[in-house]
Design a protein around this ligand. Structure first.
Ligand code: CA
Ligand code: CA
Length: 397
């Protein structure tokens, strides 16, 4: 039987990728994802899909002995081993974000320093760390500084608790610097507003992007999400560029765990749209100059475990309607008072009929709570009226 436990998270509430971490750390708790598939079989799961799941069943993980071994895990063809989708036995702060996930990704500029710290008060001397690339220096027991190499790419870091042999892997993306001129290596980016919205540092234009090439697209960036889920939907190029906030990954993992708590079957969230370059955002008719999608911390999500490309029947009424997206909306809304959720605060929007995939929900981790779209009560309110209200606001973000 898979263990289910609550682990303590901590996260610093600043969203840029590279600045130093001299701001307070907020602690919170995050229940490890539960694997509810066996307990709550999905009646609409197709036989062929079931076979695919069985074929890719997680296997027992080999022990991770070096940072190089992390590459093998993150490039796994198929789901990560089940133990990697549970929480780690210790909490780690990576740059400004902290979590107890077994795998997290972060992004830094070339040559930048990335602080890594075990958030345990005791037995810090039992932790060791290593890096495949760059240079790693121990500052004190349980704390290190990784100096990123000059060459953009993805580098694996690893922290191990020697006491129990458990490792946490970190994908550290060294970004390609961006000079703001509209393209990067021939890839169209477009222009960011010169002034951050209301002076909010979350709206400072990215100074670099993750460079995505070759088989990097399939790599795991957190226990339930792959890199290609976050790529901009503009025409595929040999080399693509991406802004991806570690905090968005933490938020999606948190919300997935909450979905599992409610018995919702979801191996991941399907992401309609995550990163959008300002150029692409304008092309699709979004006139919001400050879309969080352009800053890499927003995702439009739904759940599709039966693989038909549309939202699943989350409320169990036998139909696929906006009410199914409302189940997700409610899940986020109910999390807002959770102490664990506070560092993950951000936007929440319901889009009732805005896409061929059906209804979906926008979430982002901008730091301040904001909601749009209208809740659709499951029974009482006439749906047509509220759905229209929701559609009206669908172009906002
Ligand atoms: Ca579906
Ligand atoms: Ca339904």
């Amino acid at each position: 039987m898979l263990r289910s436990r609550t682990t303590t998270f901590a996260l610093v509430a600043i969203a840029s990728f590279t600045s130093s971490c001299s701001v307070p750390v907020h602690s919170y708790s995050l229940a490890a994802p539960q694997h509810v598939g066996a307990a709550a079989p999905d009646p609409v799961l197709r036989p062929s899909r079931r076979a695919a799941f069985a074929k890719a069943a997680p296997t027992a993980p080999a022990r991770i002995l070096h940072a190089e071994d992390c590459k093998r895990v993150t490039k796994a063809n198929g789901p990560l081993p089940a133990s990697w989708r549970e929480g780690a036995s210790f909490d780690l702060r990576i740059g400004e974000d902290a979590s107890s996930l077994r795998l997290l990704s972060t992004a830094v500029l070339p040559g930048a320093s990335l602080p890594i710290e075990v958030l345990e008060r005791r037995h810090t001397a039992s932790f060791v760390a290593d890096a495949a690339g760059g240079s790693l220096q121990q500052v004190r027991p349980g704390r290190w500084t990784w100096k990123a190499p000059r060459e953009p790419g993805v580098y694996s870091l690893r922290v191990e608790n020697r006491y129990d042999g458990e490792s946490v892997c970190i994908n550290a993306f060294v970004m390609r610097p961006y000079d703001g001129r509209g393209t990067i290596n021939g890839y169209r980016v477009g222009g960011y507003p010169r002034q951050p919205l209301n002076g909010d540092p979350a709206y400072i234009a990215p100074r670099g992007f993750i460079e995505v090439r070759g088989d990097m697209r399939d790599m795991w960036v957190s226990p339930h999400f792959r890199l290609d889920q976050f790529l901009c939907k503009q025409a595929t190029a040999k080399v693509e560029y991406l802004a991806l906030s570690p905090r968005l990954l933490l938020k999606l993992e948190y919300l997935l765990a909450r979905a599992h708590d409610r018995g919702i079957r979801a191996s991941t969230f399907q992401i309609l749209s995550a990163f959008r370059t300002p150029w692409y955002n304008a092309r699709i008719g979004n006139d919001t100059r400050y879309s969080r999608h352009a800053y890499g911390d927003a995702a439009d999500i739904f759940i599709d475990e039966d693989g038909d490309g549309r939202m699943d029947d989350l409320n169990g009424d036998g139909r696929i309607t906006a009410r199914d997206a409302d189940v997700l909306y409610e899940l986020v809304e109910d999390s807002m008072d959770d102490e664990a959720y506070q560092p993950l605060q951000g936007g929440l929007g319901l889009y009732a009929h805005a896409h061929k995939a059906g209804a979906f929900v926008h979430v982002d981790s901008r730091g301040t709570p904001i909601r749009w779209g209208t809740r659709i009560p499951q029974r009482s309110t006439p749906a047509r009226m509220t759905e229209r209200a929701s559609a009206r606001s669908s172009r906002s973000f």
